[in-house]
Design a protein around this ligand. Sequence first.
Ligand SMILES: [Zn+2]
Ligand SMILES: [Zn+2]
Length: 827
Amino acid sequence: MTAPLPAPLPAPLTAPDTGAVERRRVTVRGVVQGVGFRPFVFGLAHELRLSGYVTNTGEGVVTEVEGERDTVASFCDRIAADAPPLAVVESVSHEPLVAQGGSAFHIQPSRADGPRRTLVPPDTATCADCLAELTDPADRRHRHPFITCTHCGPRFTIVTGLPYDRANTTMAAFPMCPRCEREYTDPADRRFHAQPVACHDCGPTLRLLLANPNGRPQAAPTAPAPTAPGPTAPDPVAQARRLLADGAILAVKGLGGYHLACDATNTDSVAALRARKARGDKPFAVMAADLTAVAELVHLSDAERALLTGNRRPIVLLNRRHDSAAANALADAVAPGSPDLGVMLPYTPLHHLLLGLADDPPGPRLLVMTSGNLGGEPIVTDDAEALTRLAPLVDGWLTHDRPIHVPCDDSVARILDGEELLVRRSRGYAPLPVPLPFPVTPALAVGGDLKNTFCLGQGRHAWLSAHIGDMDDIATLAAFDRAETQLESITGVTPALLAADRHPGYRSGGWARRNAAGRPVRAVQHHHAHIAAVLAENGHDHRDPVLGVAFDGTGYGDDGAVWGGEFLLADYDGYQRLAHLAYVPLPGGDAAVHRPYRMALAHLHAANLPWSGALPCVAACEHDELAVMARQLERGLNCVPTSSMGRLFDAVSSLVGLCQHARYEAQAAIELEAAARLHHPTGPDADRGPDADRAPDAPHPTDSPGYAFGLTAPQPDQPMRLDPAPLFEAILADLRAAAPTALIAARFHAAVAAAVRQVAALARQRHGVSTVALSGGVFANTLLAHACAHGLRTDGFTVLRHRLVPPNDGGLALGQLVVAARARAAG
Ligand SMILES: [Zn+2]
Ligand SMILES: [Zn+2]
């Protein structure tokens, strides 16, 4: 739409008290563009018989209404209360104006002037109305793979700038046909000003390309030419379904990138995909046709059903069933040995078509849907790149010509105590801002090197980016560059300072220093950032310090050691290390991360416990490696001291014989948590862990008495040390007594939770602390998070936990931002 800009808004005047008629200018800020807000205002004004206009500006939606005083007041009340489903109204402000007369109400073209404070909505799953049209043979958008309206469809991933109009989206290249244009301009229509609106006649088109024997793409023999689309042309989706049913692996273009898809029940296809992607044992996510299909695979609580079917559609981590035909039909290679299965429901019209409508021939009802990338590279969004980079992985491409402007991976969530806990915050959530409890100066926090996200902040808003990935290759750094440029442009934030992790070797920090251009780069300690993130997410604005419990795998400590089992007396401005897990040597750095038995051996060594040949961790270690390690640990060669809680979970997982080689991140800890959940198998929901709606008095796996850490204070001015040696001694005793693995795992979780309570009690006694904040990747362990929070609340503490910001390094940037950029009061 290229209509001329309207004349500048008249300056507000003080309205004289002229009786019944008044005029007001109302400004609505928040997520109000691209969500049908102007049509909603238009409808509301018509219903109330008010005159005036509504428009989009960089600031938000601005409307002027004129009519009887009571009616205008009613309009102002309802503009927030009755807002459309995807809108997030942050504020409504009013100014009185001089009445101008007139009876019409109209929608004016968007204005690009002024400060840009409008928020772009996230991409949203196909709504029920669009789904009904998709499946209705009489509807003109029957089977249209790009059906959308103001309540659903792509947003963030197609926006190239603000204001949010079709010209500033990747739909700019698709001029509307007359029928779509009529809907787009009809205030009574559900598609009024829906920017991605399209149909079979004017919208993007699908294409199916096949890899030839040399791996180079070629058009499928019966695929329609890109210039001759139409509902009667040979259908690329039908062909894709046939190929998937026959075992093919296809690259499927989605909202925020390409997926790799195959039939999740086809053992050969899934194994081939795993081999081609060099994926180790990391579980694949599964897209199921509907909730019935999901319920056959996993146990579901009401909260989990709600999360699966909501309009954000994350991958939800769920406890697997082993008692249904469908669960047994799932290929083993989907999630080998994993207690959980990541499941999502279709969220684009193309997904619904791919999984089949009611009148389609049978096809796969469960698809592996994993990010289209190799190893740790970022998800592929560019069509040309998809044809080259994904060529070694796929047998074909189901693609289309609507460009993806920025990558946005699927989000990953689980339910903790009936509430959502995001493990990866991306599609469906980005770029919704996190509201801050205080203003920040315009700043960019670059996050960490694993699970990278970055964060822009200004005023009381923090915008966390979509998931970028691990910053270990050029492609990820390039993706970071692109996403950072776009987020600056759609938020209007021009950072005056940068924040990065204190680790001197982090690539994210290197990016910050290279791109600083004279701006200060503030270094923030890793675990302080974790604690600040959970404080900010919870709107914590108190001056009193909290006890921050930061448990993760690795973070650069102030003394050069690898920290990760930290108790910090902290506020936003600083921290004091109150206690930490006692240091043990991390033998050979990364080698210990991939081989948990090395951590078990290091812990046994530190505890002066013998490496008995009967122990699984000793048996798992080659004779030569064992000899080298013994020498290494004896002399402290190539050993960095670590207080990592993540590595302690690895060590215990290995010691009890669960996991000796970690083939994906946190595998050993995940298997230890799963084992602990199997303890106390009483009651109907016993296998569902802390997430089940268990009775408050029902026994909990972590209620078991048993193990305890030692707690020592070496010097009065030194942090206290949590010593795991007594715990290892007790585990060895249980192993000798042939105690079940589930019991040992549950006792270990209980010991960690008890230690947290013990340190919290000391922090209250010595420092008057009344609030405990839990953060770090270890708290993605819902069994531990539940036990810690439950115990601390029993002891009278206020407990702050993550919900919509991940506890792992995906939330780190938010903490860096608030530490580095909090606007301090003058003087
Ligand atoms: Zn819709
Ligand atoms: Zn059309």
